[in-house]
Design a protein around this ligand. Structure first.
Ligand code: NAD
Ligand code: GLY
Length: 363
């Protein structure tokens, strides 16, 4: 078992526990760090059918009262209507200020459950039990919660740190191949932008990771959570350093939007976005050609197809300008500076960006 401490001062610090097969320990871990409480599990039918009974049994064995509420599976259900349903469930279950909401699922469940917890009775505790690679290495840690508005992703949300994160890497064995690969895209992001040694480790263990060998998966999840916790501890509200986690996202979001959030997965879009960012870095002499090749090779070795979608470069560029991260008309882009470092640049220029996007399509 490995542990990471997210250091946010007296009130809001918490532990992330990572191990294979610890779902069974949920009740004991929760009781030890928070106490015996009433718990409402929020999950979706797919994840609940796989892991729900195990978690309920663990909680009940530790003497906790458990209520379960499910949202339908899918990003399209990450909305206020489902939040309302969850609030109704919380009232029906008689959740009190001291009760807990436990998110069992991927980033969709985690974001929605975290948001619900943050507004129910002005905020109750939330426990994250992430079950996708993306949610284990990224979304369950750091306290960003959100639901979508019909006109934009993650438009409605809060910062609400969890009180505990329990990561059972064994849950990844049932994850669909494309979802797992998507998570690997986020893993590579940490190496490229923040940790050269992690990038090297990923190169060494690419095959094992692709095959989901537990020892390798656990090691990598731990390394990523550690990086995320450092970044969040330094910049909880994303006024500076936390922006580096957006590597590849400004390009990626535009690709996702052009595909109506259906034809290209988030992780794949981020991977292609990371590649575009790397090409831009090379153009600006922040990254050498050999490093660009290493990044592309790693993505490929991890099983990413890296096939560039057939969208018009102008449309991709327009989509980037409409990203919610564009503020005061400044298009801010995170770029790798060598492998393991970063540079944030403003308004790189339309012609340069179009040129890079067109070249990336030919790779
Ligand atoms: P997801 O939650 O939709 O899960 C992907 C699919 O995998 C779903 O069908 C789900 O039911 C299924 N699934 C989950 N765990 C499984 C398991 N163990 N076995 C089999 N199937 C399983 O997608 P995601 O990639 O986990 O999360 C994406 C969401 O996360 C987006 O809404 C994004 O905005 C959000 N996000 C949030 C943050 C943050 O900091 N809060 C960061 C990154 C992404
Ligand atoms: N995934 C981006 C963040 O947590 O800031």
């Amino acid at each position: 078992m490995r542990e990471v401490w997210v250091d946010l001062g007296l009130d809001r610090s918490y532990k992330v526990i990572i191990a294979a097969g610890i779902l069974e320990e949920t009740g004991r871990l929760l009781e030890r760090s928070i106490g015996k409480r009433k718990v409402m599990i929020i999950s979706n039918p797919l994840v609940f059918s796989l892991y729900g009974e195990r978690v309920i049994h663990a909680l009940q064995s530790a003497g906790m009262k458990v209520h379960t509420a499910l949202i339908p599976d899918g990003e399209e259900y990450k909305n206020l209507r489902q939040v309302n349903r969850m609030l109704d469930e919380a009232v029906t279950a008689g959740l009190e200020r001291s009760s807990l909401i436990l998110a069992l699922g991927g980033g969709v469940v985690g974001d929605l459950a975290g948001f619900t917890a943050s507004i129910y009775q002005r905020g109750i505790r939330c426990i994250q039990v992430p079950t996708t690679l993306l949610s284990q290495v990224d979304s369950s840690v750091g306290g960003k919660t959100a639901v979508n508005h019909p006109r934009g992703k993650n438009m409605i949300g809060t910062f609400h740190q969890p009180s505990l994160v329990i990561i059972d890497t064994m849950t990844l064995t049932t994850l669909a191949e494309d979802e797992y690969r998507g998570g690997l895209g986020e893993v590579v992001k940490y190496g490229v932008i923040y940790d050269r040694a992690l990038f090297q480790l990923l190169e060494e263990k690419a095959l094992m990771l692709k095959e989901r060998e537990q020892a390798a998966v656990q090691e990598i999840v731990y390394r990523c959570v550690k990086i995320k916790s450092e970044i969040v501890a330094e910049d909880e509200r994303e006024s500076g350093l936390r922006m580096v986690l957006n590597l590849g996202h400004t390009f990626g979001h535009s690709l996702e939007k052009l595909g109506n959030y259906k034809s290209i997965k988030h992780g794949e879009a981020v991977a292609i976005g990371t590649l575009i960012a790397s090409l831009l870095s090379r153009e600006m002499d922040l990254l050498d050609d050999c490093s660009v090749k290493r990044i592309t090779a790693l993505f490929k070795e991890l099983g990413m197809a890296m096939s560039f979608p057939d969208y018009n470069a102008e449309d991709i560029y327009e989509g980037m300008l409409n990203d919610k991260k564009v503020q005061d008309e400044i298009l801010r882009i995170v770029l790798p500076r060598g492998i393991g470092g970063y540079e944030i640049i403003d308004n790189p220029g339309r012609d340069l960006l179009l040129n890079i996007i067109e070249n990336a399509a030919e790779l």
